[in-house]
Design a protein around this ligand. Structure first.
Ligand SMILES: [Ca+2]
Length: 242
């Protein structure tokens, strides 16, 4: 009799344990949500790191292409634009020197369907160039054009300051050299001057901090490095000086 009662009690207890209670289910869901919240930023950071590495390798190939171009043109880099206002521009001039590129490609243009070639994978829109050259007729490395500005052949590539930037992550195909286009205007209203009062280049003179608050730069010595936005603004290692 006693055994029978005990057996039926155990059975009842076991029946109660056959499913999850609502509370248990909610706890499990909450734990999954917390884990997802922790892991998703980690995954997206890892994805951005991979894109940044692709961008670095693209800029290294661009450095080799500039080097080959300069060997064909008495050690000089291509101008920003050649001969007339309608181009061709450096983005077209340099692509035949890059493996797989042709005269019909536009280096760094974001829309591959429209002939864009090797755009930065971290771009956020599909209607612009993603790399800009160090631009300016006096302090820049790439002058407007040989047609408008004979200064394009002032300094051969091998005589440039090795830590001077040639190309960097940008929203347009040029970055106004801050020595010629100083940061004398606060365009986002946070009290810090971040762009040139001329206004044609936009915030950071066209450069953009698309990789973890910084950007990748190709330098005159062929090296490629990530530079924090604040270091670019502060001319670290004299990266603006040619
Ligand atoms: Ca500002």
């Amino acid at each position: 009799m006693y055994m029978q009662i005990k057996k039926s009690m155990v059975c009842a207890a076991m029946r109660e344990r056959t499913g999850f209670t609502l509370i248990e289910l909610l706890v499990v869901i909450a734990i999954i949500a917390v884990l997802a919240a922790i892991l998703f930023p980690v995954f997206s950071k890892a994805r951005e790191k991979a894109k940044q590495a692709t961008c670095v390798s693209t800029l290294k190939d661009l450095g080799l292409a500039f080097n080959m171009y300069s060997q064909d043109y008495d050690n000089f880099l291509p101008p920003y634009g050649l001969t007339t206002a309608s181009g061709p521009y450096w983005t077209q001039i340099v692509t035949p020197y890059i493996k797989g590129g042709s005269e019909y490609n536009y280096f760094g243009y974001s829309n591959i369907a429209l002939g864009g070639y090797r755009p930065c994978p971290s771009r956020t829109n599909n209607t612009s160039y993603t790399y800009g050259v160090n631009y300016g007729s006096v302090y820049g490395v790439f002058g407007y054009s040989e047609y408008y500005n004979s200064s394009r052949r002032q300094i051969p590539l091998i005589d440039l300051n090795p830590s001077c930037f040639l190309v960097g992550d940008a929203r347009i195909d040029r970055i106004g050299n801050p020595r010629e286009y100083p940061f004398d205007k606060d365009s986002d209203g946070d009290g810090v001057k971040d762009s040139n009062s001329w206004g044609g280049l936009g915030i950071y003179n066209g450069a953009t901090e698309r990789h973890s608050d910084g950007m990748n730069f190709l330098f005159a010595d062929g090296s490629v490095r990530w530079v924090a936005l604040s270091d670019f603004m502060g001319n670290k290692n004299k990266m603006w000086n040619r």
